[in-house]
Design a protein around this ligand. Structure first.
Ligand code: NOJ
Length: 747
């Protein structure tokens, strides 16, 4: 047993002094490093290990939310806990922080972590929905709002952004990320980090970001959560790793490991990933936290026999902090004494954690301006709610609008609002709703009622439940439909059907909702299908039979108002799918940037790569989304026709609004390397622009395409631009494009 180092009173004072000093906090700056050096010198092994322990509160007996138990309070006072997760609220965090900075020997403040994924109290659209906006400025703003609310409540660290690429919609966590594309995912990842952390993570209203789940968690076999991932290094580097890298480049202070293994190595014990790629290649300087009990789960993975074994494996690989498994708290000191973990590695882990605390300004102000008054004025403020409405409108994707059913007229005499999600207050919050409350949600029915004049008759019938089989409500729904001029039918999933541990083997609309849709369609009334869900659903029947379909995902507190804005044309929808919609679950994994194969699918040719019982195309391709306007693309130019790898091609196209309404279009640029030393995807997104066009207006949209955007891993895994011909595709989605070419010359 090492005896605790007892510091003379004077040195405690010296250590405590910088805690309240003022100034900037760039991670790694001289002032911080000096302070961290003196702290590390003064710490016992147990206090060092304490910084690497993240645990959850054991007491949740108050309305204010969970707070620390008496036992945890004792551990904090002894410097045995570095951070707490799932604690929230100014009062609870103040209480816990006070113990750390007033009662513990070295007065090191605590981190308070929470999954602030798409808002804190003001719930924004789920990340998959926000990705449908392709609007990075909006996403940054929304993360900023979430950070401001969380910070007011004492939370100083969010377990977000979740940036896992997802190519399989069976995986429930597809809802938490930005979909299937590495470029869109990277831009969203960086935007969220900027939003959470602000320009200075120590500034008022900023919190630390945690990019997760490192790495390739979305590659789970069969879309089953926590399942094995076995992908090539090329796919890892060219697809899955890019958004994490973008988040790290944007300054994310922390990274979370993923539950999965990759090619036999669980991420939490993966040195090549956590140290080789993350630190050596990318220069990451923050700390790595495990996912929840992921350290001890490596016993079940079968890479060590017991808890000390996995603790050593995880820590030596580069997992600095242990979330909730208890392995570090119980065994790390012993492992250091036994020489299974070096003292230098221990110090390094501690320094990384302290550096993040310093970067957050916690040593200057451990409470970081959180207070109950501030909570009161910040959470769900009118400005935040207005932003949530705007985000909701921009996240909606119009999938179908035949015969111009939409927008509906506000002069409509009567409208039937039908479906299990039509007046649902809880599910629109989506998975990971932090402090979101059902009572804050504007339901679709409420949104429609408030959009219409009092003279309009709004009829409502639930029809059925989301997952149940009872058909008793269908008759009333049909009655409502028959008595109305138009029907808005809100169907989809419950929020519990997506998020963690919510994989599905089917992509069908659950329960008997399909029967409800068919029955309502049978009335012959104009029907607008409003989908609420956390993943692409297989809606082939609806696509063939229902005239108008809106994908609204889970839009958060302003669901009803945002959807009504689009239904009645106060907002012209502009969202585009960040994921491919398959026709049936049998097509997944299904993503637009796939390889061509030696026998690319031809639906009429037997010996090609296809299913004999399905068309080879998706129901809706990546990037798809309609508008109440119509856009015409012409005059594609690619200049110059030849560049070298250091050059830049300019791709230009004219886009004209040929519709009768002003509208926003997201113009998309894709590129294909026609021939490579290894096979290349059939197309890859390389850029996009969101433009607003008045009716009749046209604009030339230009994309500079620098040679570095053509980098790929060659047959020898060198990152190069290979010479040869490239095809560019520009258009309104990944399928409907105009193409041109350029060549990269050999140097
Ligand atoms: C487990 C989840 O995988 C992770 O995303 C989350 O941040 C932690 N639990 C903490 O809630």
């Amino acid at each position: 047993m090492t005896r605790p180092v007892l510091l003379p009173a004077v040195s405690i004072l010296v250590l405590a002094l910088p805690l309240f000093a003022r100034g900037g906090h760039p991670p790694g700056d001289a002032r911080g490093e000096k302070m961290i050096d003196s702290l590390v010198r003064a710490m016992t092994i147990e206090e060092k290990v304490g910084q690497l322990v993240l645990c959850t509160p054991l007491r949740d007996d108050s309305l204010a939310g969970p707070s620390v138990s008496a036992e945890q309070a004792r551990l904090i006072a002894r410097g045995r806990i570095g951070g707490i997760l799932n604690i929230r609220g100014a009062r609870a965090t103040h209480e816990a922080q006070k113990i750390a900075v007033e009662e513990s020997r070295l007065k090191i403040p605590l981190l308070f972590g929470l999954d602030v994924i798409h808002g804190y109290r003001t719930t924004f659209p789920i990340p998959l929905a926000e990705a449908s906006s392709w609007d990075t400025a909006m996403v940054e703003q929304d993360a900023r709002v979430a950070a401001a609310e969380a910070a007011a409540s004492g939370v100083n660290w969010t377990f977000a952004p979740m940036v896992d690429i997802a190519r399989d919609p069976r995986w429930g966590r597809i809802a938490e990320g930005s979909g299937e594309d590495p470029l869109l995912g990277s831009l969203m990842a960086a935007a969220r980090v900027r939003g959470f952390q602000g320009r200075d993570p120590a500034s008022d209203g900023s919190i630390a970001a945690c990019v997760k789940h490192f790495a390739a968690y979305g590659g789970a076999e069969g879309g089953r959560d926590y399942n094995t991932v076995d992908i090539s290094e090329r796919t890892l580097r060219e697809v899955y790793l890019l958004p994490y890298k973008a988040a790290v480049d944007a300054g994310a202070l922390t990274v979370m490991t993923s539950f999965n293994e990759i090619a036999g190595v669980p991420s939490t014990g993966n040195q090549a990933l956590l140290t080789g790629i993350l630190r050596t290649e990318w220069g990451f300087r923050g700390f790595v936290v495990s996912d929840w009990t992921a350290v001890t789960e490596m016993i079940a993975h079968g890479v060590a026999r017991d808890t000390p074994g996995v603790a050593a494996l995880a820590f030596n690989a580069g997992t600095d902090q242990d979330m909730e498994s208890g392995a570090y708290g119980l065994f790390l000191s012993r492992l250091v004494r036994e020489g299974k973990v070096t003292a230098a590695r221990l110090d390094e882990g501690v320094r990384r954690v302290l550096r993040v605390k310093y970067a957050l300004g916690l040593f200057d102000n451990p409470y970081r301006h959180s207070s109950e008054e501030r909570e009161h004025s910040t959470l769900l403020s009118p400005d935040h709610v207005a932003r949530a409405r705007d985000a909701g409108r921009k996240s909606i994707v119009l999938l179908k609008n035949s015969g111009g059913v939409l927008p509906l007229s506000k002069k409509i005499g009567s409208i039937a609002v039908i479906g299990p999600l039509a007046d649902d207050r809880g599910d629109p919050l989506g998975p990971w709703d932090a402090l979101g409350r059902p009572q804050d949600v504007v339901t679709l029915l409420e949104g429609i009622r408030s959009a219409l004049p009092p003279s309009a008759h709004v009829l409502y019938a639930q029809g059925c439940t989301i997952e149940g089989n009872g058909t008793g409500g269908i008759a009333a729904a049909l009655e409502a439909a028959k008595n109305a001029d138009a029907v808005v039918l809100a169907v989809g999933e419950s929020s519990a059907m997506s998020g963690e541990a919510a994989s599905r083997s089917s992509l069908d609309i659950p329960g008997i909702q399909d029967a409800l849709i068919e029955a309502v369609a049978g009335t012959g009334k104009p029907v607008v299908l409003v989908l609420m869900n956390g993943r692409p659903l297989s809606i082939a029947w609806a696509e063939a039979h229902i005239p108008a379909i809106l994908e609204t995902w889970f839009l958060g507190v302003q669901t009803g108002n945002a959807v009504a804005d689009v239904l009645f044309g106060d907002c012209n929808p502009s969202g585009k799918l960040p994921v491919t919609f398959p026709r049936t679950v049998g097509q997944v994994p299904f993503y637009y940037n796939h390889k061509n194969t030696g026998r690319p699918a031809v639906d009429t040719a037997r010996f090609t790569s296809r299913y004999r019982d399905l068309p080879s195309s998706p129901l809706f391709p990546f990037g798809f989304g309609l508008s109440y306007a119509a856009f015409d693309y012409s005059d594609l130019t690619v200049t110059p026709g030849t560049i070298d790898s250091a050059g830049t091609v300019t791709v230009a196209i004219r886009v004209k609004n040929t519709g009768a309404r002003a509208g926003e279009e997201i113009v998309q640029l894709y590129v294909r390397q026609d021939v490579g030393s290894v096979t290349r995807p059939v197309r890859e997104l390389k850029g996009f622009r969101k433009i607003m066009l008045a009716p009749g207006e046209s604009r030339q949209v230009e994309f500079p395409l620098p040679g570095r955007d053509l980098l790929m891993y060659d047959a020898a895994m060198r990152r190069v631009v290979e010479p040869g011909r490239f095809t560019v595709y520009v258009g309104t989605n990944s399928r409907d494009v105009t193409e041109g070419h350029f060549t990269v010359r050999r140097k």
